[in-house]
Structure formats: C-alpha cells, structure tokens
Design a protein around this ligand. Structure first.
Ligand code: APR
Ligand code: PHB
Length: 395
C-alpha cells in the first residue's frame, strides 16, 4: 500500500516554473508539494539562459526574490545587433518603453528559489521516479510516484504540470484533446560559459559565417554562443576553435575586446518552436516548457515560464481561497496569448539573425532589408523594443 499525502496543488517538476509556482502559492496560503525527477544537484548544475524581461524582474521583486538579483544582476537598457558590413544597431528598451532589462542567470534564480522554499519549509521531493497523474477529469485527482523504490501517492485538488518539454504532464493529456504546433530550425547553438569579464553589451551578431551572441552572467562570468550545424559534436569544438570562430563572426573592433579563457561549460542545443493547446485538461494545468518551447533567440523561454506562473498562481489562489474559478477557466486562453506573442518574436529574431543553409538569394536580401528597415524606422524600433522588453501581463 502506498504512503499517502494530501496537498492542495501537486506540482510536477522542480525547475523555475514549478519552484516559483510553489513559492507564490505558499505566500498566499496555498500549500503544494513539488515532485522533481532529478537530484537537486543536477537541477542546480544546469546552465540556461539569463536575460529577464522588465515584468519578470518586477514580479521576482514583488514576491521577495529580488535581493540577490538586484545585488548581482546586471541591469541594462537593451541589446545591440552587430551586422556584418553594416553599422551597429541598438534595441533601446529604455528609450522606447522606459523599461530596463536584467542579465541574471536562470541557474542563480533556481538557487534563490530553492533557498526560499527551504526557508519556508516547503516540500520539494527530488529523485521522484515514475510520476503518474490520475483521475485528472475527476473532482479529486491524485499523483503517484516512487521514491527510493517505495510507492507513494499524493491526493490533491489541482495538478500543475511544470515538468518541461519531456515531462509526463503534457503526455497525460489525450492526444485527441491537444493540438500542437511545431517548427524546427536547421541549426543549433553551441554555448560556452567562461570565467572572463564579459563584453559590456549583450550583442547579437549576424554574419555570413553564421550567428553569434555575446552575453553575460556576472562581472567575471561570460556566456557566448555561435550558430552550429545540427550534427555538430562537442569534441570537434575545443575552446580555441570556438573563440576563433566567435571572433570571426563579430565586427573587428568587437572581436578585439573579447576576453577569452578556458570554458567551464560547453553545450549544444537544437533550436525549436513548439506550442501545445490548450494548457489545461480537467484539473491539470501546464506551465513553462511543459507547454511550449521557443528558440533561445530573444531569451523568451524563462520569461514565458514566469508569465504562465503569474497567471496560474493567481487562478489557483483565487480558486483555493474563494472557490471562484474566473481566472482558472481563462488560464489557458490568457497564458496562450502571451505564449504566441513570444513564439512569434523569438521566431522572427531567429529568422532575422541566422544563416539558413538552403536559403535563396532572394530570401537573404529580404533579411538584409528587414534589418535596414529596422535601423531606419523609429516605428520598427519601438515595436521590437516593446516585444523584447516583454508585453505586459493581462489584468
Ligand atoms: N517527473 C518529475 N519531474 C520531471 C519529470 C517527471 N516525469 N520530467 C521532467 N521533470 C523535471 C525536470 O528534471 C526539470 O527539473 O521538470 C523540470 C522542468 O524544468 P525546466 O525544463 O527548466 O522547465 P521550466 O521550469 O518550465 O523552466 C522554464 O524555459 O526556455 C526555458 O531554459 C528555460 O528551463 C527554462 C524554462
Ligand atoms: C543568454 O545569456 O544565455 C542569452 C541571452 C540572450 C538570448 C539568449 C540567451 O537571446
């Protein structure tokens, strides 16, 4: 017989989405249990993106998670685009929206979230195996899993599926209910983390050799990426080759200022756009990568997880406190409006800034013109800045 527990919200996945949801629910008197498949060390060891929209920054502050971010994060007024053979361009979020962004790593946010859950005595069960969701369309769903070989069960009112793209939550929704949209891109990003002072601006580089990006984590920690082939292998990319290729893709005056050093992490990720609709099935609600994937261009992934959690926490708190389901019923539609907006801008930036292996000369010229128009038009700049800094949350 399984050991049973009871909570209001069973949260599947202890990444940023699941932990933030659990944290906000707790602050509002709603209890939850987080089930994470991996060990905590594994979750904290993952290197992911690190640019926060203005709304993400405001929300983290509002829920008591701003202290370290404000100490260690790097606020900035936008990002640069360096285009081979053309003058540099700046996406000026401060000028066009009055809002700033923040470079602060997802790894650090995850650390802050675990610390906050620990301080509050929150229950985050790691190394939870074989998580399964049951009776999702009944009034009382439940979740089963095994921990160190022993079966356990959690009875709950709601299940939050925050278990990422490969999780069990989305897979628990009947295929007939779910509509999915997908696009894969014919390249990946090779990323390097190095303990070197970063280039001062976050800078996206378009080059005929392929895309490159200079980003930062702290004054002594830099993050760099280059577009690579889908079948690229890490062993073919020693540090020296990476730096050489990176510098070849940025303007000479920028390349000169890049401080190189040994990498402390190196990884390859394919680029993909994916959206699943709806984000609800009975008492199950999806949030974050469990429901959608955006290509990293524009750094929308983590910010979307945060906006999903904003909408979902508001809905669950309302329901658990008052029994009203106004927001719960609208969760999927509301969250998806922002999801599609971010899906579009990350797709657009991906199409703009990368070399496509089989593109025609016409398509290439369209991209050049897109960039020239952006540089010439204040309206185009305002539009990009508004989307880059992040659209507001709906009331
Ligand atoms: N059972 C329990 N946990 C699971 C399961 C499962 N079957 N499958 C996956 N998980 C866990 C993963 O180990 C991971 O820790 O769910 C967590 C999901 O976390 P993320 O993949 O980080 O997704 P999310 O929390 O939605 O974070 C937002 O946006 O673009 C991205 O890089 C960004 O990871 C970030 C994400
Ligand atoms: C990052 O710092 O990892 C980063 C920054 C900007 C992006 C994507 C990733 O668009």
């Amino acid at each position: 017989v399984a050991t049973a527990a009871r909570t209001q919200v069973a949260i599947i996945g202890g990444g940023p989405a699941g932990l933030l949801l659990s944290h906000i629910l707790h602050r509002n008197g709603v209890d939850s249990i987080v089930l994470e498949r991996q060990s905590r060390a594994h979750v904290l060891g993952r290197i992911r993106a690190g640019v926060l929209e203005a709304g993400t920054v405001a929300l983290l502050r509002e829920v008591g998670l701003g202290a370290r971010m404000d100490r260690e994060g790097h606020p900035h007024d936008g990002s640069a685009i360096a285009w081979e053979g053309r003058p540099r361009f700046f996406i000026d979020t401060q000028k066009f929206t009055g809002k700033r962004m923040m470079a602060y790593g997802q790894t650090a946010i995850t650390e802050d979230l675990y610390a906050a859950r620990d301080t509050a005595g929150g229950e985050v069960i790691d190394e939870a195996d074989k998580v399964q969701l049951h009776a999702l369309t009944a009034r009382r769903p439940h979740v089963t899993y095994t921990k160190q070989g022993a079966s356990r069960r959690i009875d709950c009112d709601y299940v939050a599926g925050c278990d990422g793209f490969h999780g069990v939550s989305r897979a628990s929704i009947p295929a007939s209910v779910l509509k999915t949209y997908e696009k894969s891109y014919p390249f990946g990003w090779l990323g390097v983390l190095s303990e070197t002072p970063p280039y001062p601006d976050l800078c996206y580089c378009y080059h005929s050799r392929g895309f490159a990006l200079a980003s930062m984590r702290t004054p002594l920690l830099s993050r760099y990426y280059i577009q690579c082939e889908l079948d690229a292998r890490l062993e073919d990319w020693p540090d020296e080759r990476f730096w050489q290729e990176f510098k070849a893709r940025c303007p000479p005056e920028m390349a000169e200022r890049i401080v190189t050093g040994p990498s402390i992490e190196k990884s390859i990720a394919p680029l993909r756009s994916f959206v699943a609709e709806p984000m609800q099935y009975g008492t199950l609600f999806l949030a974050g990568d469990a429901a959608h994937i955006v290509p990293p261009t524009g750094a929308k992934g983590l910010n979307l997880a945060v906006s999903d959690v904003f909408y979902l926490s508001r809905a669950l708190i309302e329901s658990c406190r008052s029994g009203k389901t106004h927001y719960l019923e609208r969760y999927s539609d509301m969250a998806l409006r922002r999801v599609w907006a971010s899906a579009r801008i990350s797709w657009w930036l991906t199409m703009l800034l990368h070399r496509f292996p089989d593109e025609t000369p016409f398509e290439e010229r369209m991209r050049f013109d897109q960039f020239d128009y952006l540089r010439a038009s204040e309206h185009a700049q305002a539009s990009l800045a508004e989307q880059y800094v992040g659209l507001p949350f709906e009331a």
